[in-house]
Design a protein around this ligand. Structure first.
Ligand code: CA
Length: 231
């Protein structure tokens, strides 16, 4: 049974929503302030958080950021305002989906199931070994080999390579790498990524000038692909 945490200060919304979600087969815990919600999310490790943006003690977007910095729990945001700029900001801050109030329990339930399915899909593929050309990245043993020869990487180098190998041929921005690999939700220095990329390149026996797998796309990010891949 999925365990949900509902962070909502309005009793008139919270009580019926809890009941409706329980009737739909979810285990539901609730918090009425951002700070208790944040604590519950960390202590109880729910499968998903439903977050009301209009909370008394903290801006909802700030809470999404704080949550994202310490947890990968999926977050659905409930907002009273149908404001596209605000919604984009929320998704950028790390929310997985949103609903504009008023919404029905059935609508929320559909979003919850979709987000949980997506999260389960991500977790399922995280375990499989990734193969790109002669490169093999195995997240279970955290071992990497290149043309059958083991490559020793630091934990951070491994995470960086694993993230890129999961998206072969795709340009990944430094910002995404800072968020996904370093877990720095905003800000952070591009230089950190550059330094680790250069270490990674050296261990894979290549350089920025003569890339084989790791290709810098100037001003955008980096792309990993097998040598000789036609573009
Ligand atoms: Ca509220």
């Amino acid at each position: 049974m999925p365990r949900l945490l509902l962070i909502e200060d309005d009793l008139a919304i919270r009580t019926p929503l809890i009941r409706a979600l329980r009737e739909r087969g979810h285990a539901v815990a609730a918090a009425s302030t951002a700070m208790t919600g944040l604590r519950d999310a960390l202590d109880d490790r729910p499968d998903l958080v439903v977050l009301d943006l209009g909370l008394p003690d903290l801006d909802g977007r700030e809470l999404v950021r704080m949550l994202r910095a310490v947890s990968s729990v999926p977050v659905i945001v409930a907002t009273a305002r149908d404001d596209e700029t605000e919604i984009v900001r929320l998704l950028d801050a790390g929310a997985d989906d949103y609903l504009v109030k008023p919404f029905t329990a059935a609508q929320l339930d559909a979003r919850i199931r979709a987000v949980l399915r997506r999260a389960a899909g991500d977790a399922g593929t995280e375990d499989a070994a990734l193969v790109v050309g002669g490169l093999r990245v195995d997240p279970r043993s955290r071992q990497v080999s290149l043309d059958g020869v083991p490559v020793e990487l630091t934990p951070r180098e491994f995470d960086l390579l694993h993230h890129l190998a999961g998206r072969p041929g795709q340009v990944v921005s430094k910002r995404e790498l800072l968020t996904e690999v370093w877990r720095i939700p905003y800000g952070g220095a591009d230089k950190t990524v550059d330094v680790h990329l250069s270490w990674l390149r050296r261990k894979l026996g290549e350089s920025a000038q003569q890339p084989r797998y790791l290709h810098t796309v100037r001003g955008v990010g980096v792309r990993l692909e097998a040598p000789g891949t036609a573009r």
